[in-house]
Ligand binder design. Structure first.
Ligand code: ATP
Ligand code: PRP
Length: 205
């Protein structure tokens, strides 16, 4: 039995066609059901659809043999018990610093609002900047507008969300795309089975 962990939301829409091309499909009724473990067209392959940030957790603990998650989420999680095997080149965006146009960013301690605490701390540490990081779970763009922070660290794709909130991109931290990750232990015990599926997915990218 093979269990695959997929991220809900925008990654899922781009992941399903990749799996389909590799020979794993999930019916519409299965996707629309309230079930948490979904059947596929193959008896020995099951799929769990969970929050993006939970995918590496399930894979790390062996509750899923492989999973698909954004690099943003993987950077926050760290490499514990996980191998990143494939860049799927989907859900591409950039992890960036952004602020109001006229914001003074030369203060001795910058207030940074973000969901990406680890990446933000590491970035500003490398820059030699002292920061106070304020953890948020969404709507980061609001923070500089209401004076909660001097800047944000968030994902940018089209730039429309920044523009709509009168914010400007300041610096690129990391290019983001979705990655296929495996549990390092499962990769050793189920190596043949996992490798076969990864090859099938890779062939069809
Ligand atoms: N604007 C974007 N353009 C392209 N990819 C994006 C964009 N925003 C997020 N992503 C990618 O999609 C992934 C999932 O994002 P999504 O917005 O669906 O979930 P989320 O709301 O961030 O997750 P959660 O439900 O755990 O809070 C992110 O981890 C990132 O890799
Ligand atoms: O540059 P853009 O194309 O405007 O995309 C950037 C937006 O996309 C993501 O939010 P998302 O839509 O996933 O909403 P959420 O994180 O608040 O759920 C991200 O957090 C930005 O707000």
């Amino acid at each position: 039995m093979l269990t695959i962990a997929l991220s809900k939301g925008r990654i899922l829409d781009q992941t399903l066609p990749l799996l389909e091309k590799a020979g794993i499909s999930i019916s519409k009724s299965e996707l629309e059901s309230r079930k948490l473990i979904l059947d596929t067209n193959l008896n020995d392959v099951k799929v769990i659809v969970i929050r993006a940030s939970d995918v590496p957790v399930f894979v790390q603990h062996g509750a899923a043999d492989f999973g698909i998650a954004g690099k943003d989420v993987l950077l926050e999680h760290g490499a514990n018990g996980i191998f990143e095997l494939l860049d799927l080149n989907i859900s591409k965006c950039r992890l960036m610093v952004a602020s109001k146009k006229d914001q003074d960013l030369n203060k001795s301690t910058l207030k940074v609002a973000t969901k990406y605490v680890k990446s933000a701390k590491e970035y500003f540490y490398r820059q030699g900047k002292q920061v106070e990081v304020i953890k948020l779970y969404g709507a980061m763009e609001l923070a500089p507008i209401v004076g909660l922070s001097d800047c944000i660290v968030d994902l940018v794709d089209t730039g429309n969300t920044l523009k709509a909130n009168n914010l400007v991109p300041i610096a690129l931290i990391q290019k983001i795309s979705s990655r296929l990750i495996v549990n390092s232990a499962a990769f050793n015990t189920k190596h043949k089975e996992i490798k076969l599926w990864i090859q099938k997915i890779k062939q069809n990218l």
